[in-house]
Design a protein around this ligand. Structure first.
Ligand code: SF4
Length: 492
């Protein structure tokens, strides 16, 4: 029996929720609305205009001319993104836009859809030495579990947020908050997160992280051992001993190979922690938000008494963190106990040099999702052929025109840096799942060969003649132009 619903009500079939939408109102996700009895996609459809000159300081993704004025555009310099393109559901229907254009004498096709992803999440790279929490511990937003702490990287703490288990496997509230958190992170908004037995942080893509209320300025120059290797020459002759304090690998100049090569004499220093190799110590303290990502505020607490047979009164000792943010200078008294003194002028430059070599601390948000499922049916009647075509690099995958990294192995598991995408490229549906743009670009002949929906292919100018809201923005100069025929140099 056909569905019966009030006059002037439309039914949206762009996702499994299948909203009935009254006249003048929007559906549950705010992406679709009933405008005068017609179902419309609320946001404008985004077209990318190729940046004319690589290196020209164009303002990325800024509206160039506002709403598209209907002027004819050059097909090879216009890329139809999936942002605002809409979704078709169920998936066996052809994708909302399958657009053809001639590029460098080659007929190309771009298949465009806003994918609905239940299998998705973000990887957060947070440039900080400060301890955020033990690996595997739960990350919460609004009190709900939305992810976990994963393996730390060099100078960065990593969080994994989202994923199908949080979206679908917990309570309704957990799924809703996870979806909201992912949406905000992907659209560049700041999100407050709390880590069990760890820190409270505020993070946003491309912005410095805030850890326990403190805005992070710099990421470390390297581990403590690396810092000794880099700066040993600058310390040689100006100070007798240097300790670069680090939660992972603390470096000691006189014992380190760099110090040995320069002929730095033994100082009788004795360290807490576990000696790994000469001049490199693990676990000198507990992780924390103090010196070098440890929990200490007094650097002397990592030292045992100096060896009386080797050390000498007035021995000069510099202790510094891996960012140069913390430093202290000492001289041994007659009992070989360190006494803090003002940092001598000759050492100020070396501490400043550490800070100078620390890059700005940022938060990076990588969206990761699986497009190897039913979404492929909107592209081809034989989904595995799309997977194979992507694997053979015959089909290029982009997200809002930004390059996507495809994971090796099965499926089409892709990853994209959200800061390379236009603003507000993501949406959601209340199933809950994230909506992300995805475009597949390939030669028209290859599209036919993989069983594509060739009857739904339309030339670009025909698509542009439709009375839809479109917005033209300039592509990001650092992104390769997505419409180049696969196989060529996309930067050319
Ligand atoms: S949630 Fe959004 S996409 Fe899904 S049916 Fe409702 S309006 Fe359409």
């Amino acid at each position: 029996m056909a569905d019966v619903f009030p006059p002037d009500t439309v039914r949206c079939d762009a996702c499994p929720v299948l909203c009935y939408i009254k006249r003048g109102q929007a559906g549950a996700c705010d992406r679709y609305a009933n405008l005068a009895g017609q179902l419309v996609r609320v946001d404008p459809h985004i077209l990318l205009d190729r940046a004319k000159t690589q290196g020209t300081p164009l303002v990325p993704f800024l509206e160039r001319e506002g709403e598209w004025d209907g002027k004819l555009m050059k097909p090879h310099e216009t890329f139809v993104t999936a942002i605002g393109a809409g979704t078709t559901y169920p998936d066996y229907k052809a994708a909302p836009f399958i657009v053809s254009a001639e590029v460098e004498g080659v007929d190309m096709v771009t298949v465009v859809t806003e994918g609905i992803f239940s299998y998705c999440g973000v990887k957060l790279k947070i440039d900080t030495d400060r301890f955020l929490g033990p690996e595997r511990n739960v990350v919460r937003a609004q009190g709900e579990p939305v992810g976990h702490v994963t393996t730390a990287e060099y100078g960065s703490q990593m969080l994994s947020i989202g994923g199908v288990h949080h979206l679908t496997g917990g309570t309704r509230s957990e799924g809703r908050v996870t979806c909201e958190t992912l949406l905000d992170l992907c659209n560049g908004k700041a999100v407050a997160l709390a880590i069990d037995d760890g820190a409270r942080i505020s993070v946003a893509a491309g912005q410095p992280p805030v850890v326990n209320g403190q805005r992070e300025e710099r990421m470390r120059v390297g581990c403590g051992s690396a810092a000794i290797g880099m700066f040993a020459k600058q310390w040689f002759g100006k100070v007798d001993e240097v300790v670069v304090l680090d939660d992972h690998i603390t470096g000691v100049l006189s014992e380190h190979q760099a110090g040995k090569m320069l002929g730095v004499p033994e100082t009788g220093i004795a360290m807490h922690g576990r000696r790994s190799t000469p001049g490199r110590y693990f676990q000198v303290a507990q992780p924390g938000t103090g010196w070098g990502g440890t929990n200490i505020s007094d650097p002397l607490s990592i030292l045992k008494p100096f060896k009386a047979k080797i050390a000498w009164p007035n021995l000069r000792l510099l202790m510094v963190s891996t960012t140069g943010e913390h430093f202290a200078y000492y001289e041994l008294d007659q009992d070989l106990r360190p006494v803090e003194r003002e940092l001598p002028e000759v050492l100020k430059e070396s501490v400043a040099r550490i800070r100078e070599n620390c890059e700005p601390a940022l938060t990076t948000v990588l969206f990761m999702a699986g497009a190897g499922g039913s979404l492929r049916a909107g592209v081809t009647e034989n989904p595995v052929k799309l997977t194979n075509s992507v694997k053979q690099s015959l089909t290029r995958v982009t997200s809002g025109g930004a390059p996507a990294y495809i994971w090796p192995g099965g499926g089409i598991t892709f990853m994209v840096d959200v800061s390379r995408m236009p603003e507000n490229a993501f949406g959601y549906v209340p199933t809950p799942a994230l909506v992300a743009p995805i475009e597949f670009t390939l030669k028209k002949a290859d599209y036919a060969a993989l069983g594509g929906h060739v009857d739904s292919v339309r030339p670009l100018d025909e698509v542009l003649r439709e009375k839809e809201r479109r917005r033209q923005i300039t592509s990001l100069v650092k992104n390769p132009w997505p419409l180049k025929p696969p196989g060529g140099d996309p930067r050319a």
